[in-house]
Design a protein around this ligand. Structure first.
Ligand code: AMP
Length: 282
């Protein structure tokens, strides 16, 4: 399998294997790969003749230095996992300097308000960091299709907005959430949970699944109250936010509108580890 640590070598290689109309599929990740990431790679392999994965823990999207420092970095392991599905996938695992060229700062973006909700509210600057690195990676890899998980639904919408506003010629493909048997959404951060915490963290998916059922008959406010109570009864978990929002604008649902698609979003701390999940309510 080919692993590149710098963009010049990656570009040289891509240029040498690219024919006219070769579709390049791209899966940007921060590593510590799990089956959720692999499901994105599988989708890319199905629809593109070249698949590139980037593994890069992007410093500018972390608002919390401890979270950045503790983020798992497991390149060797990641490469082994990628090889289990194909040895043709190209790995781009750059250094911070290769991406930022000595200026590790994010650009400021206006994503028409998408950046001001949920993750944007609680992680100041996060989406400026995401926008900056994704744009940079798109410039380097020049993909035809890029695959993003619905697990980070707000990020997916923001990347679509970035591409539209910056006129980047790439098709953004949203992929469904890969869950553990217990229902817990797979996440690199799950690795930091103890066995006990991991079992208990199933409350997150259980609660948003109940919220989905309740939303059939109750108002968004009533559903939010139910979720808040569930977490008040579970002291090991600190609910950071629960939101029912319009999928397109990400604005909080005040009054239900039959013509809109809604989604529930949740962020919870378990022993200082931050987990997020989301579920479609339609
Ligand atoms: P990350 O490495 O966490 O930045 O994630 C890289 C990509 O994988 C993002 O597009 C995520 O939304 C996606 N992803 C992460 N976890 C999952 C999952 N459980 N199911 C599907 N996609 C996921």
């Amino acid at each position: 399998m080919l692993i590149f640590n710098n963009k010049a070598d990656l570009n040289k290689h891509l240029e040498s294997i690219k024919a006219v109309n070769t579709a390049i599929g791209f899966v940007p990740t921060m590593g510590a790969l799990h089956q959720g990431h692999l499901s994105l790679l599988m989708k890319s392999l199905e629809n593109n003749s070249i698949t590139v994965i980037s593994i890069f823990v992007n410093p500018t999207q972390f608002n919390n230095p401890e979270d950045l420092q503790k983020y798992p970095r497991t390149l060797e392991n990641d490469v082994e996992k990628i090889e289990t599905i194909s040895n043709k996938i190209i790995v781009y695992a750059p250094t911070v300097d290769d991406i930022y060229e000595g200026n590790t700062k994010s650009q400021h973006y206006n994503f028409d308000g998408l950046e001001n909700q949920m993750e944007g509210k609680f992680r100041p600057g996060h989406f400026d960091g995401v926008g900056t690195v994704v744009k940079r990676l798109f410039e380097i890899v020049k993909p035809t299709n890029a695959y993003f998980g619905e697990k980070d639904f707000q990020q997916l919408q923001i990347v679509k907005k970035l591409v539209e506003k910056e006129k980047i010629p790439v098709n953004i493909v949203g992929c469904s959430i890969f869950r553990e048997k217990s229902g817990l959404a797979m996440s690199s951060r799950n690795e930091r949970l103890s066995t006990d915490e991991r079992e208990k963290a199933t409350i997150i998916y259980e609660t948003i699944s109940k919220a989905k059922v309740l939303f059939g008959t109750k108002s968004a406010k009533k559903v939010s109250e139910f979720v808040t109570k569930e977490f008040q009864n579970n002291k090991e978990f600190q609910l950071e936010y629960f939101e029912i929002a319009d999928e397109a604008t990400l604005l909080t649902c005040i009054r239900k509108n039959k013509n809109k698609k809604y989604r529930a979003f949740i962020a919870v701390f378990v022993n200082k580890i931050r987990l997020i999940d989301t579920i479609s309510l339609n």
